[in-house]
Ligand binder design. Structure first.
Ligand SMILES: [Zn+2]
Length: 416
């Protein structure tokens, strides 16, 4: 068997056709997709995927969170499966490839093995995680979080959308509440191919991102208490100006992130002024700092520095300052052996590659809590994602899927 040689390839045209067929379901308004989780469109997308899996001879299992697991048996009944996959749900104004590529690339790996009649010792399971995006039901990566035991099942069911509909009720309504216990499956390995969702690979003209880590993050919500006062008649020296405090804190967040280079980012994307009137100094300002790095020690230090400097700035201005941590992920270090398999696969295929850190959260980050896991990135145009304009080339998709194929075969062990 020459599976280790670079001549074994997937059918890139077939993969692309499947991607375009899936994109027909839940079209967006600007060429992308709106196939949010547990909507009718999600149900249609699932049904199409299930039909494809059946045609490829796979056996479908569905767990109680609605995650789909399509299994190709191995030759050794005792061997734990290799899982590949990602998510078919999208943002409300999402792209055609975020998540979808990882699921359909998994299916293309299976189709290729079927075509060439290649058997593996370990079973291979193509996975469609439910509610990765978290746009309709927060938080993101909900089903994989329950699978990994970090989110409670009943809590997940109780999550509600903007119309007050719950995850549990909507899962039953679309008919995809399975009977499998969530998290009962054991994995020999988990591989996820995903578009980078950032600009690095394209800018560097690199085919494959070998993902070594996933960033940890803190979302820190600051509430600054100033004193509402007339902007015209209050002398400068007599102001308790929460608006000035946030200005200084933003500078400090920027400086701290720059001082913690490399591999650190921090910024503020959301701020609310109260009462938000042009001639009233704000009595209150609420904003969120989003800080991320793959280094656990640095993550803790950045949080400490930002909180300490913000407190000092506020104290100097007589402004009250309270902080609440409203979101947190520890950094993830992906499995060294699996990362090595991805790198070796790229080498064998003669594709350019580099190590990369995932800036976004992924199902693989939760899978890594319970199994050896890693990810493969392919470039996306201008780094644009979570946007209907998201774009990749058929060649990028094909190369990423070829790396997935070869990495999976290293774990799944080809039977000669
Ligand atoms: Zn995604």
């Amino acid at each position: 068997m020459t599976a280790a040689a670079g001549n074994l390839k997937v059918d890139g045209a077939r993969l692309w056709t499947s991607l375009m067929d899936m994109a027909e379901i839940g079209p967006g308004v600007a060429g992308g997709n709106n196939r949010q989780t547990l909507t009718d469109a999600d149900g249609e997308g699932r049904a199409l995927f299930a039909r494809w899996c059946e045609a490829a001879g796979l056996t479908m299992g569905v767990d109680a969170m609605g995650t789909m697991f399509a299994t190709r048996p191995g030759t050794d009944e005792a061997a734990l499966p290799i899982y590949v996959g990602s998510h078919l749900d999208t943002q409300p104004t999402g792209g055609r490839f975020d998540g979808v590529l990882g699921v359909l690339a998994g299916l293309e790996v299976i189709r290729t093995l079927n075509d060439l009649d290649i058997r593996t010792k370990h079973p291979i399971v193509v996975t469609n995680w439910a509610n990765e995006e978290g746009a309709r039901f927060a938080p993101a990566m909900l089903a994989s979080g329950v699978f990994a035991g970090v989110i409670d099942l009943e809590h997940a069911y109780s999550r509600s959308d903007a119309d007050g509909l719950t995850y549990g009720a909507e899962l039953e309504r679309i008919g995809w509440k399975g009977d499998e216990e969530v998290g009962a499956r054991r994995m020999h390995a988990y591989y996820e191919l995903h578009i980078e969702q950032g600009p690095i690979l394209e800018a560097e003209d690199v085919d494959i991102g070998v993902v070594t880590h996933c960033q940890g993050l803190w979302w820190l919500e600051f509430t600054l208490e100033g004193r509402e006062a007339h902007t015209g008649s209050t002398p400068m020296a007599m102001r308790v100006n929460a608006g000035l405090a946030i200005g200084r804190i933003l500078e400090s967040v920027q400086r701290i992130a720059m001082e913690e280079q490399p591999d650190a980012v921090a910024g503020v994307g959301q701020a609310r002024f109260f009462p938000n009137s042009r001639n009233v100094l704000p009595g209150k300002v609420v904003f969120t700092v989003d800080l991320r790095t793959p280094d656990a020690e640095k993550l803790a230090r950045m949080r400490y520095r930002i909180e300490t400097e913000a407190a000092a700035i506020c104290e100097g201005l007589g402004v009250g300052c309270a902080v609440e941590a409203v979101g947190h992920f520890e950094p993830v270090t992906f499995d060294e052996a699996l990362v090595g398999n991805v790198r070796a696969a790229a080498e064998e295929l003669c594709y350019s590659h580099c190590n990369i850190v995932s800036g976004a959260g992924h199902d693989a980050c939760w899978a890594a809590q319970v199994a050896p896991a890693t990810m493969i990135f392919c470039p996306c145009k201008d780094g644009v994602s979570h946007n209907e304009a998201e774009e990749i080339t058929p060649e990028w998709a094909e190369k990423g899927t070829n790396v997935l194929l070869h990495a999976v075969l290293k774990s799944a062990e080809v039977v000669v």
